[in-house]
Design a protein around this ligand. Structure first.
Ligand code: F6R
Length: 242
C-alpha cells in the first residue's frame, strides 16, 4: 500500500490525475473503473486538461462505473450517468459505446460478466463514504459481494442530500459493483479529502478488516495507492507530505 498525503485538494487531484494518465498511457485499450461524487471532480478536471493539451486520449479505452441510483432517469442531473457526462465523458474522446454503468434490469451478474469478458478492471478509482463505504457497498456488505441492488444506508442518504432539493428526493436504492468486483481490479486508487473523511480513512487503512467497514477490505489489495489531503489523513500516523 502506498499512501500519499497532500497539503490540499488541488495537489491531491493533480497527483491522482497523473497516476491515471500514466496508467491509460501504459494501456490505452484498458478497462478503467470510474467513481462519481465530489472527491474525483478535481481529478477529472485535470484529465480533461491533459486531453485538451493532446497528452491523453480516451479513444481506445473502455469504462465501467461503480454504481448508479435506482429510480432516476439517465438524464436526471443527479444520475451518475449524467454526472460522468458532465464532469468527464462529455469533454474527452471516449466513444459512447465504451461507457458502461451497472443497470438494475436483468441479471446483475451480467455486469461482472462484462468486466470478465473485457479482461478485468485495470485501474479502479474509488472515493470513500464517511461510513467507510466503497461504491455503494454499505457497512455489512459481504467481502465476496458482486454487482447487485442495495439499499442505501441512512447516513449515505443524509450525506448525499446536499445534491438534491430535499432529502426525500434522494433515491433509497442503487446498483453497485460488489466488494469482490472492486478487489479483483489489478490496481486500486483510493482518494479522499476533508476532515469528515478522516475517521473513515483511519478505519479503512489502520483498523481491523471487517465487513462493518467495507473499505477495510482494501488493506489486502496487492496494488493499492491512497491519495489524501492533509485533513483526510489527519488521524493517520505521520507519512510523507507532498
Ligand atoms: C460514487 C461512490 C461513492 C462515493 C462516496 C464518496 O460512485 O461510489 O462510494 O465515492 O460516497 O462521495 P463523495 O466523493 O461525494 O464524498
Amino acid at each position: 500500500m502506498v499512501i500519499e498525503q497532500h497539503h490540499d485538494y488541488a495537489s491531491l487531484s493533480r497527483s491522482a490525475a497523473a497516476l491515471v494518465r500514466d496508467e491509460i498511457t501504459k494501456k490505452p485499450d484498458g478497462l478503467f473503473g470510474f467513481a462519481t461524487g465530489s472527491t474525483p471532480i478535481g481529478l477529472y478536471q485535470q484529465l480533461i486538461k491533459y486531453h485538451q493539451n493532446g497528452d491523453l486520449s480516451f479513444d481506445q479505452l473502455t469504462t465501467v462505473n461503480l454504481d448508479e441510483y435506482i429510480g432516476l432517469p439517465e438524464n436526471h442531473p443527479q444520475s451518475y450517468a449524467y454526472f460522468m457526462h458532465h464532469h468527464l465523458f462529455g469533454h474527452v474522446n471516449l466513444p459512447k459505446d465504451s461507457i458502461h454503468f451497472p443497470k438494475p434490469s436483468g441479471d446483475s451478474s451480467t455486469f461482472d460478466g462484462l468486466i470478465q469478458r473485457k479482461g478485468g478492471i485495470d485501474v479502479q478509482i474509488l472515493g470513500l463514504g464517511s461510513n467507510g463505504h466503497i461504491g455503494f457497498n454499505e457497512p455489512g456488505s459481504p467481502f465476496n459481494s458482486r454487482t447487485r441492488i442495495v439499499d442505501l444506508a441512512s447516513s449515505t442518504i443524509r450525506d448525499n442530500a446536499r445534491f438534491f432539493d430535499q432529502i426525500e428526493d434522494v433515491p433509497r436504492q442503487a446498483v453497485t459493483v460488489g466488494i469482490h468486483t472492486i478487489m479483483s481490479a489489478r490496481k486500486v486508487l483510493l482518494i479522499a479529502n476533508g476532515a469528515e473523511k478522516s475517521d473513515a480513512v483511519y478505519r479503512c487503512l489502520k483498523g481491523p478488516q471487517t465487513e462493518d467497514v467495507p473499505g477495510s477490505c482494501l488493506q489486502s489489495h496487492p496494488d493499492l495507492t491512497v491519495i489524501l489531503d492533509h485533513d483526510a489523513a489527519s488521524r493517520l500516523p505521520a507519512n510523507g507530505h507532498h
